[in-house]
Design a protein. Structure first.
Length: 376
């Protein structure tokens, strides 16, 4: 079990970051350090995640001696909101301050039938996708499980001010979630825990640019959440131009990993396709895509490119986008269009960034091989 204490106040170096612990890890810690039975972990989870009580001394069903012991040994860091921007369509973008004074963004997306929370998994990103503004940051570091969980907590609590809530949770913010796969898995265990945030895996989607070994690791974790994959091209030459990760794991290797990905009946993988005018929206691309996906339990999400000044891409016409949807539907592929939300506050897909200068350079093809801090 990794004990995290970064960000603790002065004199609290040895305190354990509560939000970094799964319930199983908390059970082990309580038994080893305090001699307490496993059910105490469930009590603590419910106080913190259900009732939002982080003052251990107020947890009335614990003995006073235990409360005093835990108050001295547990720490409950908070993510600070530097700013909250609200789009004309109601979408809210948060600039959050996390440990080491880093900044990340997460987005509460307002939709007619359901709201979606989009969270970040890294400070920046190492993948270098040419059409994504986050890529201009480079990668600073991975977010800890605690920092991921606290984004969700903050959004839940802040939504009460607006009288709304989110139904779906997506890992599509800053960063490549499966580059940070171990921390994302751990955060999801806490988020899905019935005594924790209790969010159903059916309502959670994790996106990846195609890190094949990490896809295999993620599937082996048996989290029962949805997987989305950014394909964004139908041939290796084009995909390498816009997504450097393809140089390491090409389309054939990626699709093979998706065919082997464990899924429950009636589930499918979402194939995300950012449409770049004149780059990947050609007639030959539309012919190839159904052939590539043949036999794969998948649905297609067409994403019209969201303009990012200086990146050199354009958005296809609405007629072209609708033509693609109609053609893919005619091939029996469930196909939706993700129209932009929050573009006036740079909250749309591919527009999240908190800095424009690269902090570090990591070759995209090495990104999963060395995801630890030694790579940063």
């Amino acid at each position: 079990m990794t004990v995290q204490s970064s960000g603790a106040p002065d004199g609290a170096d040895t305190r354990v970051d509560f939000y970094s612990l799964t319930r199983g890890e908390l059970e082990e810690w309580l038994q080893r350090e305090c001699g307490e039975p496993p059910f105490r972990a469930r009590q603590l989870f419910q106080w913190v995640y259900w009732r939002r009580v982080t003052d251990v001394l107020q947890m009335s069903d614990l003995s006073r001696g235990l409360r005093e012991q835990l108050a001295a040994r547990l720490y409950f860091p908070q993510a600070g909101i530097d700013s909250r921007q609200i789009s004309t369509d109601g979408t809210r973008k948060y600039l959050l301050r996390v440990e080491k004074d880093d900044r990340i963004e997460c987005v509460f997306i307002k939709q007619p039938k359901r709201n979606t929370l989009c969270v970040s998994s890294q400070v920046g990103c190492a993948m270098g996708c040419r059409f994504c503004r986050t890529a201009t940051m480079g990668l600073r570091r991975h977010l800890s499980p605690s920092e991921i969980v606290r984004q969700v907590l903050l959004a839940i609590d802040d939504a009460k001010e607006f009288g709304d809530a989110f139904e779906n949770l997506v890992f599509m913010g800053m960063g490549e979630p499966l580059h940070n796969v171990e921390n994302v898995i751990k955060a999801l265990e806490i988020i899905r825990d019935a005594s924790g945030l209790n969010i159903s895996g059916r309502r959670i989607t994790v996106s990846t640019s195609g890190l094949v070994p990490a896809i295999e690791r993620f599937g082996a974790a048996n989290l029962d959440v949805n997987l989305a994959v950014s394909l964004n091209a139908t041939d290796d030459e084009t995909r390498e131009q816009v997504m450097p990760v393809n140089k390491r794991w090409n389309i054939a290797a990626l699709l093979q990993a998706l065919r082997e990905f464990p899924m429950k009946p009636r589930r499918c993988i979402t194939i995300e396709y950012v449409m770049l005018g004149g780059v990947n929206d050609r007639r030959e691309d539309l012919v190839r895509l159904p052939k590539l996906l043949h036999g794969l339990r998948a649905k297609v999400n067409l994403i019209p490119y969201n303009m990012n000044a200086g990146l050199g891409f354009t958005t296809p016409s609405k007629e072209r986008i609708l033509e693609w949807q109609h053609a893919l539907l005619s091939h029996g592929l469930s196909t939706t269009i993700r129209w932009s939300k929050g573009p006036d506050i740079d909250a749309a897909c591919g527009q999240l960034a908190t800095a424009t200068s690269k902090v570090t350079k990591i070759r995209a093809e090495r990104a999963y091989e060395a995801p630890s801090e030694s790579t940063l």
